[in-house]
Ligand binder design. Sequence first.
Ligand code: DC
Length: 222
Amino acid sequence: MTAINIAIDGPAAAGKSTIAKRVATELNMIYVDTGAMYRAITYFYLNNKQHFDDFESMMGHVDLNLVYDEVKGQRVILNDDDVTDYLRSNEVTENVSYVASKDAVRKYLVSAQQLLAENKGIVMDGRDIGTTVLPNAEVKVYMIASVEERAHRRLKDNAERGIPSTLEQLKKDIADRDAYDMNRDISPLVKAQDAVEINTTGMTIEAVTERILQLAKDAKAK
Ligand code: DC
């Protein structure tokens, strides 16, 4: 049995984080939510943009770290403050694709993510994990679902977190974010050639998790 990394990519609200967390727990691996890292930089940008001329100079003032709390899971520490609870706000969500399209931001985060995964044992989800961050990951999954289903899932998520939203607005936001993420110049959202595509529309969380656990088992046996 060999140690592996698992890369899970796909568009917004496709169920990546729910599944990645389950897979990580089942396999005793660490789950890394890279979207939260882009969201943390966006949070910093929104609070400080008046001080910087460009993203290059802004990133010189960012120190981002992930820590793992047994109960709360991944926590995002930005310049010594735990900002995790601020990252899902509508303001951050509306601006994150723009911030994530900036070269200086991606360079900083991609190398931080590669460092996290260098000793294996990581389940990482995002948009460019299988293509750019971990091109040698032993398991690569590209997860998709219809916009309708993704908007319903996000509506439920938001209600649980106390974030106000409507189905129509969420459908529009998800479609806009997909378009932005898929059409940006630097590492756009695209399925890696060797990724296994899973369309989760109508599938249960358990069934998707099982499918990935089987892929992991096959990869470990190689
Ligand atoms: O997964 P999420 O919705 O939290 O991601 C937020 C945004 O961050 C998403 O719109 C695109 C960007 N992102 C990215 O460009 N690359 C990643 N590896 C992860 C997220």
